[in-house]
Design a protein. Structure first.
Length: 579
């Protein structure tokens, strides 16, 4: 629901800030005053196409900002969370700037978003209807959705069941298609898979083997240095080389000396333990070094053999994975794929049986949905003709065509739905978009909105001069229907209506008047909220033209009083129903 709109340097608007009522907002003004400029600016913040030529003359940038209350729109809140838009008090502030180079900057609660994201948010916020812009209600692809919405919970369940079955059918058909790929390609794939599996199996890889081999290779490549330093270490410990002092003998003498000192001075007892530990560790080390020297001739394989093995592992890594674990995992995966190909005929038979069963289920659901749609179409036709009859279109012929195509498998079922209308006796019904008269289009659209308005999640509707070709008693009925739309739900539906009809203006909960004035060498558009006196004056002007007479003033007063009676009467009926 639109709470506030701020416009800067757009077309003839210097600066404008408008607070909208949550119910019926009416915008009036003389022809050419710029009433539609505000709606044009609003479409920018909803993500519609912008044009830098709309920047106010002498300025380099235009800005439009809208404040929306989305507390009753959980779907929109979820979309904001999906985009990472920060939320506070369930309000959404959309801002769009465009400079004279055509560059756009869009924000949602301060977060920069794309124009495409802005458009997706805008589509859920406001539904704008102009004389030749009927959006969702006049697009054939949406007629089936509208019919199902009228069908209620039962229709929704059938749709969900049909969608689930259609997804399963597609999945199974994809499996079959994959198995029925060209025979030569399948044979080549089987041969390649078998070759890769054999190559990996013959290698008999073991996880960690490459690291062990690299260690052995490093030892073999440095064998001479290793032997020299190991031997030297042993000689230093054991003193087998007469030219070197014996470390173990020296540690033994050191132990004896410390032991004698400890007998005299007990403080050296702890140091004696240290020296004994050093002697024990040195003896153990000498044993280990001697064993290492003895085993060197027997524990290591040949360098050529190790390098050959490492070369095999490196080649397999280049082909099948970064390490041995990844290579073995790949072998398991292609083994499963090869088994599937080898069992192709058996798998195909299984999939065909599964497909037959799910298709039977889908056709049953689809047929049930078709029967329900035919029944729903009859009820909707009656409701639509009743609405149009109240708008002086009693002779209108309405048809809701539901065509069942058995060859189609879709998530929404097998039906094509289209609303058809004939506004003249003797003429065959035609698609809504081909109805020529602006006044007839307006009334048909309003009738549809009266029926479907309560089913629509969008809380704000804009009617931009849809009252073309309407007058007299029909104008009063249109006014009452528009006013009724603003209270079609417990919370109410926000309506913003640009109109020439005083009957509609009299129903306003908030009435704005648009004026165009010359300021210095430029023209500005002002947007004025009217009080009770202002409403009466504007209604008098709409009734009498340029000159306001006592008669038009009295007529305006009567219209305002009548509108209040109508509102009170409807509210009283609603209160009784609720009680």
């Amino acid at each position: 629901m639109l709470r506030n709109l701020v416009v800067n340097d757009y077309a003839l608007i210097d600066y404008l800030s408008v607070d909208f009522d949550p119910r019926l907002n009416v915008i009036t003004g003389e022809t050419g005053a710029g009433k539609s400029i505000v709606i044009d600016a609003l479409t920018l913040v909803l993500g519609n196409r912008g044009n830098k030529t709309n920047i106010r003359q002498g300025k380099h940038k235009m800005t439009v900002q809208g404040l929306f209350d989305i507390s009753e729109q959980p779907g929109l809140i979820n979309k904001c969370e999906e985009y990472g838009i920060p939320m506070e008090e369930e309000q959404l502030i959309l801002t769009r700037e465009m400079d004279d180079r055509g560059r756009n900057i869009c924000r949602a609660n301060g977060l920069i978003i794309t124009v495409a994201q802005l458009k997706k948010l805008g589509d859920k916020l406001i539904d704008i209807h102009g004389q030749h812009e009927h959006q969702s209600l006049f697009k054939r692809e949406n007629h089936r959705q509208l019919l199902d919405a009228f069908g209620g919970e039962k229709s929704r369940k059938y749709r969900e069941q049909a969608a689930a079955a259609a997804i399963e059918i597609k999945r199974i058909k994809d499996q079959i298609s994959e198995l029925e790929t060209n025979e030569r390609e399948l044979e080549r794939e089987k041969e390649n898979l078998q070759f890769e599996i054999n190559e990996i199996e013959v290698a008999a890889l073991r996880i960690g083997e490459d690291e062990e081999l690299e260690g052995e290779k490093r030892i073999l490549e440095n064998r001479e240095r290793l032997f020299t330093h190991t031997s030297q270490a042993y000689e230093l410990l054991r003193g087998e080389n007469s030219n070197q002092p014996m470390i173990l003998d020296a540690l033994g003498l050191l132990t004896e000396s410390i032991a004698e000192i400890a007998k005299i001075d007990s403080s050296f007892e702890a140091k004696l333990e240290i020296v004994n530990g050093m002697l024990s560790e040195a003896e153990n080390l000498s044993f280990e070094i001697r064993s290492y020297l003895e085993d060197m001739e027997y524990s290591l394989g040949g360098l050529d053999e190790i390098e050959s093995r490492l070369s095999i592992i490196a080649r397999l890594k280049r082909k099948y994975g970064q390490d041995i674990a990844e290579i073995l995992t790949y072998a398991e995966e292609i083994g499963i794929r090869l088994k599937s190909l080898l069992n192709r005929d058996e798998s195909l038979q299984h999939y065909y049986q599964e497909l037959s069963g799910i298709q039977d289920k889908y056709y049953t659901i689809s047929n049930n949905l078709y029967e329900l749609r035919l029944k729903t179409a009859g009820a909707l036709k009656t409701a639509l003709q009743k609405e149009l009859g109240e708008l002086a279109m009693e002779k209108v012929q309405v048809e809701i065509a539901v065509e069942h195509d058995l060859s189609r498998v879709a998530a929404h079922g097998q039906d094509t739905v289209e609303f058809l209308i004939s506004v003249n006796p003797g003429q065959a019904p035609k698609p809504l978009g081909k109805v020529a008269s602006g006044g007839e289009i307006s009334r048909i659209m309003l009738s549809l909105k009266s029926i479907f308005g309560g089913l629509d999640a969008i809380e704000t509707m804009v009617f931009d001069e849809i009252d073309t070709g309407i007058s007299g008693r029909t104008a009063q009925v249109v006014a009452e229907k528009i006013q009724a739309l603003s209270v079609t739900s417990p919370r109410g539906r926000q309506i913003i209506c640009i109109t020439h009809l005083p009957q509609i203006a009299a129903m306003a909960d908030q009435h704005f008047m648009v004026e165009k004035t010359a300021v210095n060498d430029s023209v500005e558009v002002s947007f004025l909220p009217l009080d009770e006196k202002g409403k009466k004056e504007e209604l008098s002007r709409m009734l009498g033209g340029a000159e306001v007479t006592r008669k038009t003033w009295e007529h305006a007063q009567e219209m305002l009083e009548l509108s209040q009676k109508i509102k009170k009467s409807k509210k009283s009926k609603e209160d009784k129903i609720l009680s």
